[in-house]
Design a protein around this ligand. Structure first.
Ligand code: NAP
Length: 256
């Protein structure tokens, strides 16, 4: 019970890493506020938590819409009073080279991945500041530390999240609020299945993903959920403004 009675808010908790983390947090004793743009998948996560582990509520949110975020936070506060852990997990992929990328597609990636993290954090912070405690976990990516083809928009968004994490940490350390970033490599989720489904050679792409790792396996949502659990718990109290790699050795494991 590493999160016993902690109130935890997770965005994008209807699918992939967010869902796996919601289940793990509940198993570890947390009360989980499951939020997602997708009501059906978010409610499914809540059902699974209630069947297996304990307490959760669903609140729909579009993290790009300030009013939607504000309403979501108000509903959470009405139920639980405050929040101990915020996991800014919701995000979308962005594929394409700059010269061929529509400006609208670029802006959409920035809106969900960067503005979404800013907005949810902005409206949650006053409650953490008032209680003088909190852990915020921002979903960046190992791509913030490396170059990868066709990913300029996505990489820019994840780099922005890492930079935001470090500067926000300085501002909120006096309130005993910790803010850290998760840096996963490729994790097999619906997000990855979606871009593989548009790939003319998915098998080759999977082999390519494995080649750039040291691990022979593809990452799984639970690999990232365990890292989120550590950042959420008081065990990580000395981790502040830090990038946390969970990438099978992609970034730091190269010998050439
Ligand atoms: P996923 O399975 O697609 O889950 C993301 C969830 O976020 C979905 O339920 C999605 O709803 C929701 N969402 C999308 N836009 C939203 C919005 N505007 N407001 C609220 N919720 C929204 O993705 P995942 O692979 O678990 O990825 C989760 C996070 O990890 C993302 O930030 C991603 O960039 C990051 N990440 C993933 C990998 C990887 O390889 N999978 C690697 C590094 C980092 P819909 O399904 O309805 O769109």
């Amino acid at each position: 019970m590493r999160l016993k009675n902690k109130i935890t808010l997770i965005t994008g908790a209807g699918s992939g890493i967010g869902k796996e983390t919601a289940l793990l947090f509940a198993k570890e004793g947390a009360k989980v506020v499951v939020t997602d743009i997708n009501e059906a998948s978010g409610r499914q996560t809540v059902n699974e938590i209630e069947e297996k582990y304990g307490e959760a509520i669903f609140i729909q949110v579009d993290v790009t819409q300030p009013e939607s975020v504000q309403t979501m936070v108000e509903k959470m506060v009405t139920t639980y009073g405050s929040v101990d852990v915020l996991f800014n997990n919701a995000g979308i992929s962005g594929v394409g080279q700059a010269h061929a990328l529509e400006y609208e597609a670029w802006k959409r990636v920035m809106d969900v991945n960067v503005n979404g993290v800013f907005l949810v954090t902005k409206y949650v912070l006053p409650y953490m500041m008032a209680q003088k405690s909190g852990s915020i976990i921002n979903m960046s990516s190992c791509i913030a530390e490396m170059g990868l083809s066709d990913r300029a928009s996505y990489a820019a968004s994840k780099g922005a999240i890492l930079a935001m994490t470090k500067s926000m940490q300085v501002d909120y350390a006096p309130y005993n609020i910790r803010i850290n970033a998760l840096m996963p490599g490729t994790i097999f989720t619906p997000f990855v299945e979606d871009y593989l489904s548009k790939d003319p050679h998915p098998e080759q792409t999977i082999e390519g993903i494995k080649r750039r790792q040291l691990s022979g396996e593809l990452g799984k949502p639970i690999d990232v959920a365990y890292a989120a659990l550590y950042l959420a718990s008081d065990e990580s109290k000395f981790m502040m403004g830090a990038p946390f790699m969970i990438d099978g050795g992609v970034v730091n494991g190269k010998s050439v």
